[in-house]
Ligand binder design. Structure first.
Ligand code: CO8
Length: 260
């Protein structure tokens, strides 16, 4: 099968590694999101698995975020199914009982940044060419409230408000300065550092850490659970607007032009 995510379980440490490998840029399309949720659920239900390291097998890119083609020229039914999958991914990851560690070994805009922000800890490759942030505003679209809440929970109200309004993508050193990531590590040391950080988190008893995590995140999770259908309706009516379709098409064209 052509898997988009490679999962390797280390039985002796109880740590699984999830590696995104969906060329060219690990964009989050429906198939990717579905596979992500299934993999996460399997690990969540595996008593032997206590922590997961999330990283990319694609050089220079962690994830390019939501697949923009999933939001262009599709039916309301498609938008509904797609958005439900995006919600599902976040609900599972943000509420995971496992220790979740993002090893951001490349650029990580928008939905890619959301995945990293949803983890317990983030280490990023010390390379100013790699950027991270919630850049939705630059595409003429708006980050949903639960993207915003996840961001606020990591960096605080002020940094989140400014970054979201400007759609800022920060080079790794600035991302560290603003607390979007917790540590920068030379790229060749990422693996070693990830193992050490994970060991530190796993040294505590699971139950106390899990209850604490849930306490910190519950309010934000509950809000989406309570307004899930409304959030889907908001998304589908928003992306269905001709003005938004036009913004997304222009952005895709800009990406292609930049290339040649
Ligand atoms: N979706 C679909 N296709 C993409 C995406 C994407 N997110 N990103 C890149 N691609 C495509 C490119 O168009 C290009 O296609 P082709 O080969 O056919 O020309 C191919 O992938 C490779 O891209 P690049 O040539 O640009 O590769 P680089 O290595 O130069 O750059 C980057 C990689 C940095 C990832 C760059 O592609 C980039 O900046 N991409 C855009 C990322 C982005 O802005 N994503 C935001 C998506 S929106 C989101 O995640 C949250 C939305 C929340 C919903 C809001 C309510 C409506």
């Amino acid at each position: 099968s052509n898997k988009k995510i490679q999962v390797d379980m280390n039985e002796s440490s109880g740590v699984a590694t999830m590696k995104f490998k969906s060329p060219p840029v690990n964009s989050l399309n429906l198939d990717f999101l579905t596979e992500f949720c299934i993999s996460l659920e399997k690990l969540e239900n595996d008593r032997a698995c206590r922590g997961i390291i999330i990283t990319s097998a694609i050089p220079k890119i962690f994830s390019s975020g939501l697949d923009i083609t999933e939001m262009c020229g599709k039916s309301t039914e498609h938008y509904t199914e797609f958005w439900r999958a995006v919600q599902e991914m976040w609900l599972r990851l943000y509420s995971s009982n496992m220790v979740t560690l993002a090893v951001v070994n490349g650029s990580s805009p928008a939905g890619g940044c959301l995945i990293a922000l949803s983890c317990d800890y983030r280490i990023m490759a010390d390379n100013p060419k790699y950027t991270i942030g919630l850049n939705e505003a630059q595409l003429g679209i708006v980050a949903p409230f639960w993207f915003k809440d996840t961001f606020v929970n990591v960096v605080g109200q002020r940094v989140a408000e400014r970054s979201l309004q400007l759609g800022s993508l920060y080079p790794a050193p600035e991302a560290l300065k603003f607390g979007i990531v917790d540590e920068l590590v030379p790229e060749e040391k990422l693996q070693e550092k990830a193992t050490a950080v994970m060991a530190q988190w796993l040294a505590l008893p699971d139950h106390a850490r899990q209850i604490t995590k849930s306490m910190m995140r519950k309010a934000v999770l509950d809000l989406l659970v309570a307004h899930r259908e409304e959030d889907i309706k908001n998304f589908t009516s928003f992306v269905s607007k001709e003005s938004i379709q036009k913004s997304l098409r222009m952005y895709m064209e800009m990406l292609k032009k930049k290339k040649s």
